[in-house]
Design a protein around this ligand. Structure first.
Ligand SMILES: C=C1C[C@]23C[C@@]1(O)CC[C@H]2[C@@]12CCC[C@@](C)(C(=O)O1)[C@H]2[C@@H]3C(=O)O
Ligand SMILES: O=C(O)CCC(=O)C(=O)O
Ligand SMILES: [Fe+2]
Length: 378
């Protein structure tokens, strides 16, 4: 049974036939970056999706010290699939240091960055977003994925300073995994799930063998932001994702009836979003949220995502406690490893592709928005 996340794309290599352009210095948007359908989903109230002119609700901000934290998280997961957390215990100094390394990385000359390129069948390294292969147009961003030790790639990027940088990234990864484990129990607790109900969480429920990857995203300032796309609409294949964003806004989530809603950066805050695997284990009670990143004319933007999942070879399926004759299991068992391959093949239709049955009342599962997502437009 394959168990290493880094092996997940060996059987589903992603080939991107794009030449790398240094987009940071461009004064005009090249045609290869000009999207024609940027404002899909935003016509709901007639206004342009990027201006939030019709937004009546905000993504919840939850203080992890709040005595009602469980209920607040449950409500946020049910209605939004995303929330921000404050008082999360991650030191600001660690967030600052990691942001500074990421900035340093993206400001290296393109030839230097290409020395640490991600290979078509690999998971780690520098390159376009993996989902780029589904779109005719390019995204206005650069990415660097870290799964496992960053040592080999960092040695290529910074022959002198790599050791210190590795230490910071490893500390960031460790702290994020700890927070993710804590958030998992709050989210599962809000569904009535206890440590005894999740065997793969390990004997003490510490998710000791959980897998994770870090995704550094950089969005340079863009000469024509209304026609460009930073990162196209997608759901994450994770249990949950914890996102640090710098002070430039750009992250948007799709909310029924509200169109695209901006998740504003808040000082010291972290964004938490539900991924497809949590959608599956909750049997559709909690929704994996469709999100994207838009870009800015005057400011660049940086984000750091911790993509958190189960041990990559463990079979994930709707938790037995959430299944009964009137709530049959909606998804077939699948490992994270296998699901990443499915995502590489089917992109936003991956979740529907592992669905096994319709709800008993015959209605379409309102959470299964992925049925409506267009794949491969420009
Ligand atoms: C573990 C992973 C999730 C991810 C693919 C990856 O192997 C590492 C990068 C992740 C990311 C980040 C940007 C959006 C996304 C869809 C992508 O193309 O790469 C996600 C992938 C995912 O969640 O499926
Ligand atoms: O940059 C952002 O705000 C979004 C990044 C993201 O969605 C991801 O890395 O999966
Ligand atoms: Fe994402």
């Amino acid at each position: 049974m394959p168990s290493r996340l880094s092996e997940a794309f060996k059987t589903h290599p992603v080939h991107l036939h794009h030449r790398h352009l240094d987009i940071t210095s461009l004064q005009e948007l090249p045609d290869s970056y000009a999207w024609s359908q940027v404002d899909e989903y935003s016509a709901a109230a007639g206004g342009p999706g990027r201006e939030d002119s019709f937004v009546s609700e905000n993504v919840p901000v939850i203080d992890l010290h709040d005595p009602n934290v469980l209920q607040l998280i449950g409500r946020a997961c049910k209605t939004w699939g995303v929330f921000q957390v404050i008082n999360h215990g991650i030191p600001t100094s660690l967030l600052d240091k990691t942001e500074s390394i990421s900035r340093n990385l993206f400001s290296l000359p393109i030839q230097q960055k290409l020395k640490a390129s991600r290979s078509p069948d690999g998971i780690s390294g520098y390159g376009f977003a993996r989902i780029s292969s589904f779109f005719a147009k390019l995204m206005w961003s650069e990415g660097f994925t870290i799964a496992g030790s960053p040592l080999d790639h960092f040695r290529q990027l910074w022959p002198q300073d790599y050791a210190n940088y590795c230490d910071v990234i490893e500390e960031y990864d460790k702290e994020m995994k700890r927070l993710a484990g804590r958030l998992m129990w709050l989210i599962l607790g809000s569904l009535g799930i206890t440590k005894r109900d999740v065997k793969w969480a390990g004997p003490k429920g510490k998710f000791k063998d959980a897998c994770s990857a870090l995704q550094l995203n950089y969005y340079p300032a863009c000469p024509d932001p209304d026609r460009a796309m930073g990162l196209a609409a997608h759901t994450d294949s994770t249990l949950l994702t914890i996102l640090y964003q710098n002070s430039t806004s750009g992250l948007q989530v799709l909310k029924d009836g509200n169109g695209w809603v901006t998740v504003p950066p808040i000082p010291g805050g972290l964004v938490v979003n539900i991924g497809d695997l949590l959608h599956m284990i909750s049997n559709g009670s909690y929704t994996s949220v469709l999100h994207r990143a838009v870009v800015n004319r005057s400011k660049d933007r940086l984000s750091i995502a911790c993509l958190y999942g189960p041990p990559s070879g463990v079979q994930i399926s709707p938790l037995p406690k959430l299944v009964d004759p009137s709530h049959p299991p909606l998804y077939r068992p699948i490992t994270w490893h296998e699901y990443l391959g499915t995502k590489a093949k089917h992109f936003n239709e991956a979740l529907s592709s592992v669905r096994i049955c319709s709800p008993v009342n015959g209605l379409v599962d309102v959470n299964d928005h992925n049925n409506n997502v267009k794949v491969g437009y420009s």
